[in-house]
Design a protein around this ligand. Structure first.
Ligand code: CU
Length: 477
């Protein structure tokens, strides 16, 4: 048995390693003999061959006893979430995912279960417990939501004597095995420079397709996407775009969506545009599974859709959101009709998912209309003087409000969350400077630029505009 940390050129350390190895072997032999092979959940003898010496320390004498526990999942917690083990005992955990989406269990001594689907079970040989060991679920955001397992070594002197649980790493920037991986930051210049290299997403609202029944397949994938020329993040998407496809229909239309999960974890979808029972339609599905979700659009609006698998903040922040536009029955024709979906980005380490702590603190690194910060500053939207323009705005969040403003214009028509706040024709007098929306709210504004020029549109919560929620209408004669 080798110690990876040993210097084999030193006779002293070679002797020490040999003694430690002998102690470990003896402890294991005793543990195998003492453990009851007929006990429920008993590990097979082959799994006992894997030991984890990282947990052994010099001041704890192996007892030769084995502690066996079963651990399940309830929502976003392990049950139990705390295990007491007499110091020096070996520990065998039978981990069953009794939750409703995929989870894993990773211990700080590098023992891990691998990702388990709901109902799956595995056995973890933790080794000899000599001090407190923390465990957690490594799926993005799950640890921060509370999926922490504390293994307490009892009966030893020192700071573990009271069996005090460690608090979960408040920095929380942990990689798969708990090593710190610093989250990223970004500046306006780099975001704008990158936006110039990207093809902008066409903000034009597509016409309503023919017929009363609209069928789509939404395929979920997980991949990396560039944020700047040098920084990438793992994004989760419907049909490889974030936002996902914008659907458009009229009141009374039926939408039939086949959801296909080609990712590595559980995902789902929740269409605010429909009136359906969440139980079956919005359930999480496993990688490889499909789900048919059908709804009738009873009411007008720009409706959010999003993945509803916990932690929802993480699934939305990683890109799983989009819009369904259902026209009010009294819409007038306009020259241009656009969709702007506002969302926030909370950068994790390069190449990784959103940072769960920034997400919880609601302090985004970047913000964007239609997925790419500053894309309509880099690629202004061209209109003519006197054109009538309608802009549908949806706040996909996941957290922060938007105060949508177009510099140099006033909105003579504002429709927000189901009704007109201001309606141009027939009601003279007032106009609006912003359409204000909380997370998941939506509406539209109409306006007409009267002179040529460059008309910025922004989130007038200015600090959020400065992180990317900004674009320009280029108005020409
Ligand atoms: Cu998801």
């Amino acid at each position: 048995m080798k110690s990876p940390a040993s210097d084999t050129h030193s006779p002293l350390s070679r002797t020490a390693v040999a003694v430690m190895g002998l102690v470990t072997v003896l402890a294991l032999v005793v543990a195998v003999i003492l453990s009851n092979p007929g006990a429920p959940g008993a590990a097979s003898s082959s799994s006992m061959n894997q030991t984890h010496e990282a947990t052994a320390s010099a001041h704890v004498t192996p007892t030769g006893e084995t502690t066996r526990v079963t651990v399940g999942v309830d929502g976003m917690s392990f049950t139990p979430s705390r295990i007491e083990v007499p110091a020096g005992n070996s520990l065998i955990i039978t981990f069953t995912n009794t939750g409703d989406q995929r989870h894993d269990l990773v211990l700080e001594n590098a023992v891990e279960s691998g990702s388990l689907a709901p109902g799956e079970s595995t056995t973890l040989d933790v080794g000899i417990v000599s001090s407190h060991i923390e465990g957690w679920c490594s799926l993005p955001g799950h640890r921060q939501m509370g999926m922490v397992l504390n293994i307490i070594a009892t009966g030893i002197e020192g700071d573990n004597a009271n069996g005090e649980a460690k608090t979960s790493d408040s920095a929380g920037h942990t990689g798969h095995l708990g090593h710190a991986a610093s989250s990223s930051s970004v500046n306006t210049h780099d975001l704008l420079t990158h936006a110039k290299t990207r093809e902008p997403r066409d903000p034009t609202l597509s016409p309503i397709p023919n017929g009363d029944v609209h069928k789509y397949t939404f395929t979920i994938t997980e991949h990396t996407d560039k944020i700047t020329d040098t920084l990438t993040q793992e994004t989760w998407t419907f049909n490889e775009t974030s936002p996902g496809p914008t659907l458009h229909g009229k009141i009374g239309d039926t939408f039939r969506i086949t959801l296909v999960n080609k990712g590595t974890m559980s995902h789902s979808i929740d269409f605010h545009a429909g009136l359906v029972s969440p139980d079956a339609n919005m359930r999480s599905i496993e990688p490889g599974e499909t789900l048919t979700y059908e709804f009738v659009a009873h009411n007008a609006g720009i409706w959010l859709y999003h993945c509803g698998t916990p932690p929802m903040s993480m699934h939305i922040a990683n890109g799983m959101y989009g819009a369904v536009v259902i026209d009010p029955s009294d819409l007038d024709p306009v020259d241009h009709e656009y969709v702007m979906i506002a969302a926030e980005t909370y950068l994790g380490a390069n190449g990784e998912t959103a940072d769960a702590n920034k997400l919880a603190a609601m302090i985004p690194d970047a913000t964007a209309f239609n997925g790419i910060p500053f894309q309509y500053s880099a690629h202004p939207i061209n209109v003519k003087v006197g054109d009538r323009i309608r802009v549908w705005v949806l706040d996909a969040g996941p957290n922060l409000p938007i105060s949508f403003h177009v510099v140099g214009t006033q909105f003579d028509t504002v429709w927000r969350e189901g009704d007109y706040l201001i309606q141009e024709r027939g009601r003279g007098g007032g106009a609006a400077q912003v359409l204000s929306l909380q997370a998941a709210e939506g509406g539209f504004v109409e306006f007409t630029p009267l002179e040529a020029g460059h008309y910025p549109f922004v989130n007038h919560a200015m600090s959020l505009a400065e992180k990317g929620l900004r674009g320009v209408f280029n108005v020409t004669e």
